[in-house]
Ligand binder design. Structure first.
Ligand code: NAP
Length: 465
């Protein structure tokens, strides 16, 4: 296959990736978006295989074996993973992208003749630069993603861990990394290459360890962005247009998503990216669990209150996802609507454990899209609502985000549920949410707690309706 044909096919796959991103931006078109992405990736792989066929049967076997193991494992994992474990799965997959960038750069360094980057027996300086940058970002992504996985999967505390002198250490390591990259470009030394890898592994861990609970969604998307830039760097070294396009798309979309989430949580993008800068307030938070009395109600009470309401706003959160209560919830809403109650859903941008988590679950239960509203569109409606029905959400309704400067969630916009006439909270007990802080709304006069598993409570409300 000529160079021109393969470049053209790579551009076609790039266009398919852009169409995939466009499709994934809305639940109605997301399946189609996924399909475009799959076709684009299939085309890019085929073009690479036909354009640069593996040399000999052994190499073919290795490629096919890699495809079978990777594809097989991916399919099994994707089928089995519960929706609630998706963020840690994404983090785990990013770690593999980072590791692939490290392996790709190492392979290129050890066999530069295979990718045609040699001149007079030496590797081109620009290729050495791309390789060093790609491997550094790849290694940072690898350990950073492993730590993010451990935190999200509960294998490591989600609380920020503040290492002494961490800013000074990070800056010193950053400077050392730049110096090593410069030496590597000058000397082509394999030992320096591996030092870059080791230092970047350490830096990746140190950057993510201080980042705590509420900032984790941003971290996952930021690591996504890093993994894209690492792939693009290696794409330049290998002269692979598809890798450059895909890497740049992943890199920029991840960066844009991180920025949007930072705005949604009122965090500074720079402070999150630099790993815990300004996170000291977060570390100081984590209020004590109180034992004040709360008003407790039954499913019967909740059914009565909602049946007699005119306007109900539903606020879903992580607990709804854990309990898989979305189908029962839809059933409950259908009954309320039959009784003439106006029902809307309010979605906080970081409700649940990944961006769009609640939208996906509600779409799965066939909740009409026009009933689902984003925070800024619906927050003004709470004062007119008779009932705010909070199902398994906590942090995203916590007014401490507005009033308590020492709180880890201070500055995050919240859904103003306490402004509704009555607030119903479904949760199993008085446990705190992801950020580990007490929610003052539980103790308000207009709040009624409905203790129990979200699905079971909603099922019994349905019976009482
Ligand atoms: P949350 O603050 O974590 O609270 C969830 C609540 O659900 C808990 O207080 C828990 O209380 C309750 N719960 C758990 N299992 C339940 C069950 N089976 N039935 C009923 N209730 C159950 O959730 P959120 O309000 O959705 O806020 C999301 C938090 O996660 C934010 O702090 C956000 O920053 C963080 N985060 C978000 C993302 C993202 O991208 N969306 C990613 C990572 C982290 P009980 O134990 O008392 O039942």
């Amino acid at each position: 296959m000529s160079q021109n044909v393969s470049s053209l096919l790579y551009i076609v796959s790039g266009v398919l990736f852009i169409m995939a991103l466009r499709g994934l931006s809305h639940p109605t078109t997301s399946r189609q978006g996924n399909l475009y992405g799959m076709v684009g990736m299939g085309l890019a792989m085929l073009t690479t295989l036909v354009g640069h066929p593996p040399a000999g049967l052994g190499a073919w076997m290795l490629v096919l074996l890699g495809l079978a193991i990777g594809g097989g494992a991916g399919a099994v994992i994707a089928k089995r993973v519960p929706m609630t474990a998706m963020p840690q799965l994404v983090a785990a997959f990013h770690s593999l992208v980072g590791l692939a960038a490290v392996m790709g750069a190492a392979a290129t360094l050890y066999a530069p003749q295979a990718v045609g980057i040699l001149e007079n027996g030496h590797i081109h300086k620009e290729s050495l630069f791309e390789m060093a940058l790609g491997v550094a970002i790849g290694a940072i992504t690898f350990t950073g993603s492993v730590i993010a996985f451990a935190k999200l999967d509960g294998r490591m505390s989600g609380k920020p861990i503040m290492l002494p002198q961490r800013h000074a250490i990070n800056i010193a390591m950053g400077i050392a990394l730049v110096a090593l990259i410069a030496i590597f470009i000058g000397t082509e030394s394999k030992a320096i290459f591996w030092l870059i890898v080791l230092l970047s592994f350490a830096l990746g861990g140190l950057l993510i360890i201080p980042i705590g609970g509420a900032d984790m969604p941003v971290v996952v998307s930021m690591l996504n962005s890093y993994s894209g830039w690492a792939a693009a760097g290696i794409g330049f070294t290998l002269g692979n247009l598809a890798l450059i396009i895909t890497g740049a798309l992943v890199g920029s979309s991840g960066a844009i998503l991180s920025y949007i989430m930072c705005k949604a949580m009122n965090r500074s993008f720079i402070s999150v990216i630099l790993g815990g800068f300004g996170g000291d307030t977060a570390a100081a938070g984590g209020g004590q669990v109180e034992t004040r009395p709360v008003k407790q109600g039954s499913a019967d009470d909740a059914a009565y209150i909602m049946k007699n309401a005119e306007r109900v706003i539903i606020v879903p959160g992580y607990g709804m996802a854990v309990a898989q209560a979305q189908h029962s919830l839809r059933e409950m809403v259908d009954l309320l609507k039959k009784d003439g109650v106006e029902v809307k859903y309010a979605i906080h941008p970081v409700a649940g454990r990944m961006p769009g988590h609640m939208n996906v679950l509600l779409a799965e239960a066939n909740v009409p899209y026009d009933e689902v509203h984003e925070l800024e569109d619906i927050n003004g409606d709470f004062p007119q609502a008779d009932v705010a029905f909070v199902i398994g959400a906590n942090d995203v309704t916590n007014p401490a985000a507005k009033t308590d400067k020492t709180s880890p969630i201070y500055g995050m916009p919240i859904l103003d549920v306490e402004k509704a006439k009555t607030v119903l909270f479904i949760k199993r007990g008085m446990g705190s949410g992801y950020a580990g802080v007490e929610n003052e709304v539980f103790f308000r006069d207009n709040t009624m707690m409905l203790f129990g598993d979200a699905k079971k409570v909603v099922d019994s409300i349905v019976k009482n309706l």
